[in-house]
Design a protein around this ligand. Structure first.
Ligand code: S3P
Length: 170
């Protein structure tokens, strides 16, 4: 079994679920955003404002390529924009099993209200912004993923167990 890749919209719980899944499977956990923040020495909002989104997207692609050279099976949480870039899509699939966490717009709005750490959501009305981005991104998430887990009204433990069961039967 290769890596387990968690993908999904911002606020779908990739980092929280990924951390617990990795602990349950006794695997290392990598959060791509956290790796980029560490290597650049600044938060994502600052990377976007000082260097631009294109620069950030290049960092994501580079990191994904580095991870594909790592042979220790890990749980990896990918930023919400990673699957959207065409050049990342084959790499994601080659990395291992791609698990999509799917969360409703209303739950995402609740979770992301007042959060300033995601520059993609800055400005405009949050509900509209999220639903429009979901409309654009969900078909791509669906194409890239091997399995889809809905997360509304589930605890982190339930989601982790569901993913583990899917891995067993894959
Ligand atoms: C982004 C998602 C964020 C982060 C950046 C851009 C996106 O990650 O990579 O703010 O374009 O969806 P999370 O999905 O972990 O919030």
């Amino acid at each position: 079994m290769k890596h387990i890749m968690l993908i999904g919209f911002m606020g779908s719980g990739k980092t929280t679920v990924g951390r617990q899944l990795a602990a349950a499977m006794k695997r290392p956990f990598i959060d791509m955003d956290a790796e980029i923040i560490k290597s650049e020495g600044m938060p994502i909002t600052q990377i976007f404002s000082e260097r631009g989104e294109e620069y950030f997207r290049k960092l994501e692609t580079q990191l994904l390529q580095e991870l594909s050279r790592n042979t220790v099976p890990m749980v990896i949480s990918a930023g919400g924009g990673v699957p959207i870039q065409p050049q990342n899509q084959s790499c994601l699939k080659e990395l291992g099993m791609v698990v999509l966490l799917q969360t409703s717009t209303d739950v995402l709005v609740e979770r992301l209200q007042g959060d300033n750490s995601r520059p993609i959501l800055h400005g405009g009305e949050l509900h509209n912004k999220i639903s429009e981005l979901q409309r654009q991104r969900e078909p791509i998430y669906g194409q890239v993923s091997d399995t889809v887990i809905t997360t509304d009204r589930k605890t982190i433990e339930e989601i982790v167990q569901e993913i583990q069961a899917r891995i067993q039967f894959s």
